[in-house]
Design a binder for this molecule. Structure first.
Ligand SMILES: C[S@@+](CC[C@H](N)C(=O)[O-])C[C@H]1O[C@@H](n2cnc3c(N)ncnc32)[C@H](O)[C@@H]1O
Length: 567
């Protein structure tokens, strides 16, 4: 997991060449400090580039994709097969049997993988969507087999794995955050998070649901378009477009109501102009418009007078969740302008403007020049806010594919700053941002995570951020000197490290035992930091944490499937 610096000029292979050429022209011909109108004018001069036809649902296409999925299934390429079946579902026309057959095919994949709860869920979905009666027998046999196996206790949920929710007393006003964490201003990074009390290695101090999430185009058939969770087993298609899937009816309903009702009829055009997850900017604008009850004038009045006022999510009481109040705090974010990426941000905003004005509901509310100016400036502002605050996770769909991005925007979690010597692991997965302590934190210390590699990830290729790193590690007069202050491990700590290694390699210990063993080791021997063995253990620990969060999400997925099928 890392926090990528900026939208890139080229885009994971899905941007049609014409948009790519237009982008390159904007970036080479327009100065990055030119005003946004200059970018808009160039896009509008080549409007046909962003005016492609919308891809419609088609049973012919659905069948082709399903057959491609079958070939992958027979080659045991299950992940790729799931992607094809999901895409086929998105393409299937209303009431088409392809939808039901794809659910049944998904159940076959889960059956093969001994994920019996997930197989049952998909068989239930197939039956709810008019699965053809003439082939129902086959499905019934599989269903009986799944039920029997679960009765015999053959569930992957039997293995113990740690629960990764907040593990310490919570802040009464912000129940997804530990009590004793506050926002502070720092000279080198503006807002940040500070501990007001001591915390221990392994404490989970944040478990925040993203306000908005977004997935890169190649992930559209693998992750929920609303919460970004990787729940292929429960994905259902948007009934109206071919580019959105949801992990639940609830996510579908929420996204339709909050944002997707604007995007749905423009889904192809928006996909064409998105660079990784650059559409988070327009998404944030559309979300705000919904929260202002589609009243553009009211939104404009508030936003124009409070831009750059300085946002503070700690002024909110999350027990009585008010999404508009939260949006306003996000809107007020003071941004750190970065000239290197300004051109890309303006190009993204101008492209999304050219697409959004094609939405009849938006267009009809743009009755004055000020409305148009507000839309354009807002798209730029929210593209900057998104780039500044959102979390990016990188996902490899296969061993050969390059990473794809999924991003989440959070209110409190987004306040964390980067350090090359972090004290917290920030994990964005399943639409939630979690902070887990990598080492003890004392009252008064800033809470810091590594957006990319740490100083001890020596094999990781270097990462360029959209800011010049001024973290406490880099601010040392000499990093080597700082490293040299690390001690040698004591004999006892060395012996403990050998014991820890033995525990990690021993299958008799479960995940909970192993995680506790690493946490205890770090908690006990942190006085030797920075030291090589200890930092190698912290690297292993971070990987373990990622694995544990993934397993916890999978566990919840099986539980939700059981609840859906049996209750
Ligand atoms: C996710 S935001 C963190 C919250 C931010 N400090 C604020 O005031 O809202 C990321 C931004 O914080 C600043 N920042 C974070 N870590 C930094 C570091 N190590 N050195 C310099 N600036 C940093 C950069 O401007 C970066 O783009």
């Amino acid at each position: 997991m890392d926090k990528s610096p900026s939208p890139k000029k080229t885009a994971g292979g899905h941007v049609p060449p014409d948009v790519d050429i237009l982008l390159s022209r904007m970036l080479s011909e327009i100065a990055s400090d030119a005003d946004i109108e200059t970018y808009r004018d160039m896009v509008l001069a080549y409007e046909e580039v962003v005016d492609g036809a919308e891809v419609a649902k088609s049973d012919i296409k659905a069948e082709q994709l399903r057959k491609a999925g079958n070939r992958l299934y027979h080659a045991r390429k299950y992940k790729e097969a799931l992607g094809k079946y999901n895409e086929a579902m998105c393409c299937a026309e209303s009431g088409s049997e392809h939808l039901a057959i794809c659910y049944a095919n998904r159940s076959a994949i889960y059956y093969e993988q001994e994920e019996y709860e997930l197989a049952l869920l998909n068989m239930a979905l197939a039956k709810e969507h008019n699965y053809p009666a003439k082939i129902l027998d086959k499905l019934d046999v599989r269903e009986q087999s799944c039920r029997k196996k679960l009765e015999q206790g053959q569930s992957k949920n039997i293995a113990l794995c740690p629960r990764m929710g907040v593990t310490v007393e919570v802040n009464p006003r912000v129940p997804f955050l530990a009590k004793g964490i506050a926002m502070r201003q720092y000279p080198w990074c503006n807002r940040g998070l500070e501990a007001e009390r001591d915390f221990r290695t392994g404490d989970v101090i944040l478990d925040e649901k993203a306000v908005l999430s977004i997935v890169d185009v190649p992930l559209k058939y693998y992750n929920c378009s609303h919460c970004s969770a990787e729940n292929q087993h429960s994905l259902i298609p948007c009934p109206d477009c071919v580019f959105a899937m949801y992990c639940s009816e609830e996510c579908l309903e929420r996204d339709k109501r909050l944002v997707h009702r604007f995007e749905c009829g423009l889904a192809t055009k928006l996909r064409n102009v998105s660079m990784y997850t650059s559409n988070m900017g327009p998404k944030l604008f559309l979300y705000g418009l919904t929260l202002f009850n589609d009243d553009l004038d009211q939104m404009m009045e508030y936003c124009e007078q409070s831009v750059n006022a300085g946002g503070d999510p700690f002024t909110l009481d999350y027990r009585v969740y008010d999404p508009l109040a939260e949006f306003k705090e996000l809107h007020k974010t003071v941004l750190n302008t970065n000239t290197e990426i300004e051109g890309s941000l303006k190009a993204c905003a101008a492209l999304s403007y050219a697409v959004l004005i094609k939405n009849p509901a938006i267009n009809s509310s743009l009755t004055t020049k000020s409305h148009h100016r507000f839309l354009l400036n807002s798209l730029l502002h929210y593209t900057r806010v998104a780039c500044f605050l959102m979390w990016n996770s990188h996902v490899n769909l296969s061993t050969t594919s390059t990473g794809h991005v999924l991003s989440g925007l959070t209110s409190v979690g987004s306040l964390i700053n980067h350090s090359c010597d972090p004290n917290v692991a920030a994990i964005y997965m399943g639409g939630r941002l979690k902070f887990v302590l990598l080492r003890p934190i004392r009252a008064g210390e800033q809470i810091l995570t590594a957006y990319g590699p740490t100083w001890y990830d020596r094999n990781h290729p270097p990462v360029t951020y959209s800011f010049v790193c001024a973290c406490p590690f880099c601010a040392q007069p000499s990093m080597q000197h700082w490293l040299a202050t690390g001690r040698e491990l004591s004999l006892g700590a060395e012996r403990n490290a050998d014991m820890l290694l033995a525990i990690l390699q021993d299958e008799a210990f479960n995940d909970v035992d192993k995680l506790h063993a690493i946490q205890q080791y770090i908690q006990r021997h942190i006085r030797f930091h920075p030291e090589d063995t200890l930092s190698r253990i912290m690297t292993t620990y971070r990987l373990y944490l990622l694995e544990m969060v993934k397993k916890d999400i999978e566990r919840m997925g099986r539980e939700a499937a059981v609840a859906r099928v049996f209750e």
